[in-house]
Design a protein around this ligand. Structure first.
Ligand SMILES: C[S@@+](CC[C@H](N)C(=O)[O-])C[C@H]1O[C@@H](n2cnc3c(N)ncnc32)[C@H](O)[C@@H]1O
Length: 260
């Protein structure tokens, strides 16, 4: 198998053609579905959120059915002892969590990713959003899962002010929002930091794992997977994001080959 494979297509049509139990781990950062309904702070200004058509709200019922549909496919594609990570804000994480419960996907943990450098709230009418949630789950209630307890307890996480040396990793992770240097090959509106994906992949996969991302975006999951010696398969419907992901994946492979 190649180090990575990218599909520029609709995730449902790609996943429907994949065989059962193809992947050791799946990380999914699905659309938040807020682009026609929310506001945000950009360069100090209050702006309407417009990430693209792929992020439009379809109404609560349709949003839920969308999430349940891709989650069902992911459950089928997970190996028996594989695990699934779902990332989101409050807009998307609750329907995803409920759909997972309906599908019998066994939730193992909920992680709070705290961003110490989150943007301010310009409206001053709400608390300042400074975290995202991640659900970690396994295929079903009978399946087993892999957890690299030692790497999480003994690892070095210098920017995480809550992680003390030789203490168990807790469910609140302090990781700054994606730094500019990770955006030098191009921009994606919801690009995740590499440190977040590296921690996830280290925690939940063995070195020979195949990692899948059904909503790949800029390819952060793939960059982290290759950096840690895993294989990667990703899907995105937007050509520009697939091109950006390909650039990032080739750059990390080049960097790794220079290091040998
Ligand atoms: C929240 S972003 C993922 C960002 C990614 N985690 C990163 O670090 O760059 C969701 C992505 O899903 C893609 N997407 C949305 N609906 C899709 C669909 N039906 N099929 C394939 N890709 C889709 C969007 O183009 C977008 O890039």
């Amino acid at each position: 198998m190649a180090d990575y494979t990218i599909y520029n297509d609709d995730t449902f049509s790609v996943m429907s053609q994949m065989p059962d139990e193809s992947f050791d781990m799946i990380f999914a950062d699905p659309p938040y579905m807020i682009s026609n309904v929310g506001t945000s702070c950009q360069n100090g200004k209050l702006v309407k959120i417009n990430k693209g058509k792929w992020d439009a709200c379809q109404g609560a019922e349709a949003n839920f059915e969308f999430h349940k549909r891709w989650l069902k496919e992911c459950q089928r594609l997970l190996k028996k002892d594989g695990t699934l990570w779902v990332s989101g804000t409050y807009h998307s994480i609750h329907p995803c969590g409920y759909a997972m419960q309906q599908l019998g996907i066994h939730i193992l943990n909920e992680i709070v990713w705290f961003k110490p450098n989150a943007s301010p709230n310009l409206s001053c009418k709400y608390f300042t959003a400074s975290h995202e949630s991640l659900i970690w789950a396994r295929k079903n209630y009978k399946s087993k899962h892999y957890f690299n307890y030692a790497a999480m307890k003994d690892g070095n996480f210098p920017k995480d002010t809550l992680k003390k040396p030789n203490k168990q990793m807790r469910t609140v992770w302090v990781i700054p929002a994606t730094p500019q240097e990770e955006k030098k090959l191009g921009r994606h509106p919801t690009q995740k930091p590499l440190a977040l994906l590296e921690r996830i992949i280290q925690a939940s996969t063995k070195p020979d794992a195949i990692v899948f991302d059904p909503f790949m975006g800029s390819g952060t999951t793939g960059v982290a997977a290759l950096k840690l010696g895993r294989k990667f398969v990703g899907v995105d419907s937007e050509k520009a994001y697939c091109e950006l992901a390909e650039k990032r994946l080739n750059a990390i492979l080049a960097q790794l080959s220079l290091a040998i």
